[in-house]
Design a protein around this ligand. Structure first.
Ligand SMILES: Nc1ncnc2c1ncn2[C@@H]1O[C@H](COP(=O)(O)OP(=O)(O)OP(=O)(O)O)[C@@H](O)[C@H]1O
Length: 596
């Protein structure tokens, strides 16, 4: 930018000298002397000035692209470093707009500071040189310049405000569009296409309205500037001709003065353009700064570890310390957490131990706080009171990446990540071999299906080409690819096919033999599989025990089991007669459940 400024100054100087050299040419012509030197100087000025302008233009173009690139990469990095709550409070589409279209507005604005300094210096230089030629004519010019500047000062801030409002609307448009496209099946099934399109185009129209307002203001500023200068030129011409006639100035001085007056257009339009671009850039920068202000997660072990726990927090020493036979792998001690200050706690006074091996199922009505327990374990949410421990050491002594490295998480919706089946399976462990991938696929009963595909592991996956059950199994295969210490499984609430249920059940049982499995259970088969069942209600743990004990002691558990049974029975074949569910378990009516 400094080089750009310097080149601009040299180009300006060449431009400013041109009228004076033209006067020299005219005076030499009048005196009948040799024209060789002044004409050579004039040509050199024009050619060198043009070359330097070209260089500056290219340089500043490159700077602008780098500014846009920096802004984009900054936003993208911030998104992935940000805490989950910071990201989920804004619609995804709006976040996308801030990474794509907002940085684009910095393109023009990036060079605007250089343009403004260049323009201002050129304007002052031109006026000073005009003053050396004739002070009376300069007075006339100054009146026009001051009038134009005052109008620009009045109109320009509203251009910035309109640009900002237009971008805000584009952001809202992105958010609404992304949400609607994600729910396109519901939109179509509800025959809401027209309504959604109308709602989203409202944002587009709003953006267009602000954009038009900004464009009209910019056109007005331009027209006023040009007209002002043209009027000034005409006045100078008339006034100057009268003064030249009376012999007060030479004709060559008038011509040089007029050349400067025409040149005034340059700095004035440069100032106008750059101020408009700067207004748009400032608006975009303001929106980008909001992204920069997003709170990020605590740093990686190398930076966060020593401050929290001293050098002993390196992964190897953690591993060295962690094996306490019999001790729980994860512990909640009096944990209370809420999603926002002032919001009611999502979980309260949670005391829970997850043994190193075995299956713990969490059950409870909707909104009981089951998912919140997972969010706390994965450090998506920090406790307000109480603490969590991994291997007996408080969470803050571990970096989040280190904790997550010990857990494997299968989301309820099990979203696929863009890419192939192989990319999805390797997502947690990019170095996994094909052999490991096939073993994981076998564990979830997908190896035949993937093996029959022409492209096998290289088959591209999109959310729309795989069924919900297949998504779950792919997510589970990813989770069990490298034996995790703790498998966190948020079961799908929607009914999955029998094959998926059986595969998930088998996988969970296998994992629970050697490691910890924690499920948010929505299926009776999963609950019956668990060694420890945690019953949650309204943010609290209501009871912990095994199926037989809870069935005898806890009313809510009995109700939950009854509703799970119905949920499973509806899809299982011939439930009344004790049909076989997809998991291969005999489904019997509640009153004939084993422990009753
Ligand atoms: N991101 C969030 N922001 C604010 N409140 C939230 C958020 N997520 C959950 N809550 C609230 O926290 C409470 C517990 O929610 P949670 O998702 O843990 O329940 P759940 O037992 O998993 O429910 P479900 O079975 O329906 O998924 C609820 O009152 C819910 O409204």
């Amino acid at each position: 930018m400094l080089l750009g400024l310097l080149l601009g100054l040299v180009a300006n100087a060449a431009g400013l000298a041109t009228p004076l050299v033209t006067k020299w040419v005219l005076d030499t012509l009048g005196a009948g002397d040799s024209l060789a030197r002044p004409v050579t100087v004039l040509l050199v000025l024009v050619v060198v000035g043009a070359a330097i302008s070209l260089w500056q233009w290219m340089l500043m173009g490159g700077v602008a692209e780098r500014v846009v690139l920096d802004a984009r990469t900054g936003v993208i990095r911030r998104y992935f470093a940000a805490r989950i709550d910071q990201l989920t409070r804004r619609p995804g589409g709006e976040l996308v707009t801030r990474a794509t279209s907002d940085p684009g507005l910095l393109h023009q604005a990036s060079g605007s500071l250089v343009g403004l300094i260049n323009g201002a210096l050129a304007l002052v230089g031109t006026l000073v040189l005009m003053g050396t030629l004739d002070l009376v004519l300069l007075g006339t010019t100054l009146v026009a310049v001051v009038a134009v500047a005052a109008l620009m000062g009045l109109l320009l801030p509203s251009i910035g405000r309109a640009q900002e409002a237009a971008q805000e609307s584009v952001g809202r448009l992105g958010g609404a569009l992304e949400g609607s496209l994600r729910a396109i099946r519901t939109v179509k099934a509800s025959r809401a296409e027209q309504r959604q399109a109308a709602m989203i185009t409202t944002h587009a129209r709003e953006s267009g309205r602000h954009g038009i307002h900004a464009a009209r203001r910019a056109a007005l500023v331009w027209t006023i500037s040009w007209t002002g200068i043209q009027v000034a030129v005409i006045v100078i011409l008339g006034f100057g001709a009268a003064r030249a006639e009376r012999g007060l100035i030479e004709v060559s001085t008038l011509i040089a003065f007029l050349l400067y007056a025409f040149q005034l257009m340059g700095p004035i339009s440069e100032l106008t353009q750059n101020m408009t671009a700067m207004q748009a850039g400032i608006a975009a920068a303001g929106r980008l700064r909001e992204i920069e202000a997003m709170a990020v997660e605590p740093g990686p072990p190398s930076t966060a570890g020593p401050s929290a726990a001293g050098p002993a927090s390196s992964p190897s020493s953690v591993r060295g310390r962690r094996v306490e036979p019999g001790g729980p792998v994860l512990t909640f001690q009096g944990v209370t957490a809420r999603y926002a200050p002032g919001a009611p706690p999502a979980v309260r006074d949670i005391d829970l131990e997850i043994p190193r091996a075995g299956h713990t199922a969490i059950v409870g009505p909707s909104g009981a706080g089951k998912t919140t327990l997972f969010s706390l374990l994965l450090r998506f949410l920090e406790p307000e009171h109480g603490r969590l421990l991994l291997d007996g050491r408080p969470y803050p002594e571990h970096a989040p990446g280190e904790i997550r490295g010990r857990l494997a998480y299968v989301e309820q919706e099990a979203p696929v990540v863009p890419g192939t089946i192989g990319d999805n399976l390797r997502f947690t462990h990019p170095d996994a071999t094909d052999g490991e991938l096939w073993a994981a696929l076998r564990a979830v009963d997908l190896h035949d299906k993937v093996g029959s595909l022409d492209l096998g592991l290289d088959t591209p996956l999109t959310a729309t080409t795989v069924s919900g059950g297949e998504r779950q199994r792919i997510a589970l295969a990813r989770a069990v690819l490298r034996t995790p210490d703790v498998l966190l499984l948020d079961e799908a609430t929607s009914q999955v096919d029998g094959l998926t249920e059986a595969a998930v059940g088998r996988c969970v049982r296998q994992r629970a033999e050697t490691g910890a499995v924690l499920t948010i259970a929505h299926r009776l088969s999963t609950v019956l599989d668990a060694g420890q069942i945690v019953v949650m209600d309204r943010g609290r743990i209501r009871a912990v025990g095994d199926h037989a004990t809870l069935l005898g002691t806890d009313e809510l558990y009995r109700d939950l089991v009854a509703s799970l049974r119905i949920g499973t029975a509806e899809t299982g074949p011939a439930p009344e007669s004790g049909g076989l569910t997809g998991s291969g378990r005999l489904l019997v009516p509640l009153d004939r459940l084993p422990q009753e």
